[in-house]
Design a protein around this ligand. Structure first.
Ligand SMILES: [Zn+2]
Length: 349
């Protein structure tokens, strides 16, 4: 008796009667022998064809017109097929999907990457489209709410002289009227409170300068440069986009976690997104580009912008007790483009 390479147990049906008999299929390197009760048949290996594996359901081997053998000896049959002794289609997609862990892992990766992409590109894109499409009345309503919340983190009324406020306001409004006509702009001054030296652009075109920023500037041209940058945020409706983006994320979070307080806590952080430091890198660079063009039209040298930007960054890091080098990646500067990058871009133009 020849030594068998594999011994598969299962059932045999001859295809003529509906009867299934308990059977054994012995396979060696050259042929196969089927033992089914009193019936014994020898097959050439070419006569055997294993159908595709579907998970762990019993698998069929077709016996070239002489019926079929069904087995659950998956490991042995897989080996016979893999080594080419029994011909078979071992690459059924359902089986692959069900039993190959790397396919499952790949599916999870695709899902994760897809979700991440939706967060990184999808939500900002939706927010941008929505922000640009909203009528001015809506932006004014949102701005009213924003101003109310911002007042809570700002330090209250400005302590600058009324004359000084009026002087700066007149200059900024004149350049806005000349170089960005039709844009609804309003200039306000406030004590910076925890925001310190900063400037903010609200959805309705209100631009807020903090006293600390005015004091930090060595030249009014620097403040005009900051104004131009904030105007860029107004033109591109960056603050509205931040608010809409944050709302989508908070709504998605509350749906996902089934927890409305998650949404509420994100909404509570809304005023923070309005601070200039909270804008995304792309938004800052977009506003920088706008500022550059606006200043060129005004005949204002680009260094006024880079000068105040550098001083502002140094001031914020000093306040935080760190230098820009070791501060990279810390607190809210992390989401902000590096000052050195922005200055370089500005000077390269
Ligand atoms: Zn900005």
């Amino acid at each position: 008796m020849r030594q068998s390479a594999a011994r598969l147990t299962g059932t045999y049906a001859d295809g003529q009667s509906s009867q299934s008999l308990p059977a054994v299929l012995l396979v060696d390197a050259s042929s196969a022998r089927l033992d089914a009760g009193d019936r014994e048949v020898i097959f050439a290996l070419e006569d055997l064809a294993a159908e595709s594996r579907i998970g762990n359901t019993p698998r069929v081997i077709r016996l070239n017109g002489s019926g079929r053998f069904v087995t659950k000896d998956h490991d042995q049959l897989d080996q016979l097929v893999t080594s080419g002794i029994v011909q078979g289609e071992n690459k059924g997609w359902i089986h692959r999907l069900e039993s190959h862990w790397h396919t499952v892992l790949m599916s999870i990766c695709v899902l994760v990457v897809g979700t991440t992409a939706a967060f990184i590109w999808g939500i900002p894109a939706v927010a941008k489209a929505a922000a640009m499409a909203l009528p001015h009345e809506t932006t004014a309503a949102v701005a009213k709410l924003s101003m109310d919340t911002i007042e809570q983190i700002l330090g209250g009324e400005s302590e600058l002289d009324t004359e000084r406020q009026d002087e700066l306001r007149a200059r900024f409004m004149a350049s806005a009227t000349t170089y960005a006509p039709g844009l609804p702009v309003r200039v306000e001054f406030r004590d910076g409170g925890i925001l310190g030296a900063n400037a903010l652009a609200l959805p309705d075109g209100t631009i807020v300068f903090t006293d600390e920023l005015v004091e930090l500037a060595e030249d009014d041209n620097e403040l005009a440069a900051v104004f131009a940058h904030e105007l860029g945020h107004v033109v591109y409706r960056h603050s509205l986009r931040q608010i809409i983006q944050g709302s989508i994320i908070s709504i998605a979070a509350s749906v996902y976690f089934g927890d409305v307080t998650a949404g509420a806590s994100v909404l509570a952080a809304a005023p923070v997104w309005l601070a200039d430091m909270a804008y995304s890198r792309d938004m800052e660079l977009e506003a920088d580009d706008y500022a550059y063009d606006f200043m060129s039209a005004e005949g204002l040298a680009p260094h006024h912008f880079s000068d105040i930007l550098q001083r502002l960054t140094t001031a914020h890091y000093e306040e935080a007790g760190a230098t820009e080098e070791d501060g990279e990646g810390k607190d809210y500067f992390s989401s902000h483009p590096a000052t050195s990058e922005r200055v370089a871009r500005f000077e390269a133009r």
